[in-house]
Design a protein around this ligand. Sequence first.
Ligand SMILES: *[C@@H]1O[C@H](CO)[C@@H](O)[C@H](O)[C@H]1NC(C)=O
Ligand SMILES: *[C@@H]1O[C@H](CO)[C@@H](O)[C@H](O)[C@H]1NC(C)=O
Ligand SMILES: *[C@@H]1O[C@H](CO)[C@@H](O)[C@H](O)[C@H]1NC(C)=O
Ligand SMILES: *[C@@H]1O[C@H](CO)[C@@H](O)[C@H](O)[C@H]1NC(C)=O
Ligand SMILES: *[C@@H]1O[C@H](CO)[C@@H](O)[C@H](O)[C@H]1NC(C)=O
Ligand SMILES: *[C@@H]1O[C@H](CO)[C@@H](O)[C@H](O)[C@H]1NC(C)=O
Ligand SMILES: *[C@@H]1O[C@H](CO)[C@@H](O)[C@H](O)[C@H]1NC(C)=O
Length: 300
Amino acid sequence: MKLIIFFFCVRFVCSERHTFTIAYTEINGQTIAGFPEISAVTTLDGHQIDYYDSVTKKLIPKQDWMRYASEDIWEEYTEIRERVQQINKINITVLMQQLNQSHGVHVYQRMYGCGWDDETNESDGFDQHGYDGEDFITLDLKELRYISALPQGISTVMKWNNDTEQLELLKQYCDKDRIDWIKYFLTLGKEALTRRVSPSVSLIQKNPFSPVVCHATGFYPSAVNITWLRNGEDHDEDVELGEFLPNEDGTFQKTSTLNIYPDKWKKDQYVCVVEHEGMTIQKNLTEDEIKRNKTLSTWW
Ligand SMILES: *[C@@H]1O[C@H](CO)[C@@H](O)[C@H](O)[C@H]1NC(C)=O
Ligand SMILES: *[C@@H]1O[C@H](CO)[C@@H](O)[C@H](O)[C@H]1NC(C)=O
Ligand SMILES: *[C@@H]1O[C@H](CO)[C@@H](O)[C@H](O)[C@H]1NC(C)=O
Ligand SMILES: *[C@@H]1O[C@H](CO)[C@@H](O)[C@H](O)[C@H]1NC(C)=O
Ligand SMILES: *[C@@H]1O[C@H](CO)[C@@H](O)[C@H](O)[C@H]1NC(C)=O
Ligand SMILES: *[C@@H]1O[C@H](CO)[C@@H](O)[C@H](O)[C@H]1NC(C)=O
Ligand SMILES: *[C@@H]1O[C@H](CO)[C@@H](O)[C@H](O)[C@H]1NC(C)=O
C-alpha cells in the first residue's frame, strides 16, 4: 500500500531533504477489543518519534531524545491529535455511506506533513488520504487543489477546493514555524538518528543437543545480514532466520538458527557471518565459542 511504503522509505542519512510526517489511522467500530480505533504516528526522516491512540489519549515518545522536548509541544501535539481524532471519526461513517458500505471493517488513513531541504531552504507540504489501503484524496500544493482518486471522493474534493481560505492556510502550513520545529527535532535527535552501533555476536545453545543460535544484538541501523559458512562455502540448508526485535535502547537484535547435530558441526567448520554497515563479524562454531545456560547445562 502506497501510503505506508512512502513513510518507511524516507531515510535521514542519504539526503539533505528532511521529512516530518503525521499519519493517522482509523479503523471503524466493532473491531477487536483493545485495538485502538484511532492511532497516530509521527515520523521524522522515517524514524518514528511519537505515538498516540484513542485508548490511552496520551502522546508517547518513541525516541529517547523526544523525552527532552519542551512541555509546550507535548500539550500542543496532544490537542492536535484529539482534534483530528474527532474529524476522522465523522469521516469514516460519511465515507461508508458514500461508498454504499453498510458494515465491515474499514481503514481510513491520513498522512500529512512537510518536507524541507536544508541546503536550499525550500519547503513543501503534503496531505494524502487513503481508504482501505487505496489512495483516496491527495493535495496538489502546486495547483493548490485536492484531487480524488475515486469517483466517490469528487463531492468531498469539490467542497474542499471551494474553501480557498483553508487552501491558503495549507499552503502556509510548512512555513517558518514548522521548519523551526523540524530544525529543533533534528538538533535534538541528530546524534540518535545518525548513530552507528555495531552488533555484538554470540553463539548460543540451550543445551548440548539443541540447535545453535547465532545472536546479533545491539546494532543500529537495522539493516543486517546473518549467514552461515560451511568449510568456507555459503551454507543455507537447515538454517532458520529469526525475526527482527527492537531492544529497549532503540537498537535491534536478530538471530539465525543452525538446525544440525553437534557431531556434524564438530566434523566440519561452521562460521556465523554477520554483516552490518560494511563491517563483518565472524564467529567460528566451536565448543569454546558457545554460550550455554549454565544452570541448565549443569542440570543436564
Ligand atoms: C471529514 O470531516 C470534516 C469535518 O466534518 C469535513 O470537513 C470533511 O469534508 C470530511 N471528509 C470526508 C472525506 O468526508
Ligand atoms: C447501494 O446498495 C444497494 C443495496 O445493495 C443498492 O440497491 C443501491 O443501488 C446501491 N447504491 C449505489 C449508489 O451504489
Ligand atoms: C462554493 O462557495 C460558494 C461561496 O463561498 C458557495 O456559494 C457555493 O455553493 C460553494 N460550492 C460548493 C460546491 O460547495
Ligand atoms: C528559510 O526560509 C524561511 C521561510 O520559509 C525564512 O523565514 C528563513 O529566513 C530562511 N532561512 C534562510 C537561512 O534563508
Ligand atoms: C546483505 O546482503 C545483500 C545481498 O548480498 C547486500 O545487497 C546488502 O548490502 C547486505 N546488507 C548488509 C547490511 O550488509
Ligand atoms: C576461524 O576459522 C578460520 C578458518 O575457517 C580460521 O582462519 C580462523 O583463525 C578461525 N578464527 C578463530 C578465532 O578461531
Ligand atoms: C537461561 O535460563 C534462564 C532461567 O531459566 C532463562 O531466563 C534464560 O532465557 C536462559 N538462557 C538461554 C540462553 O537459554
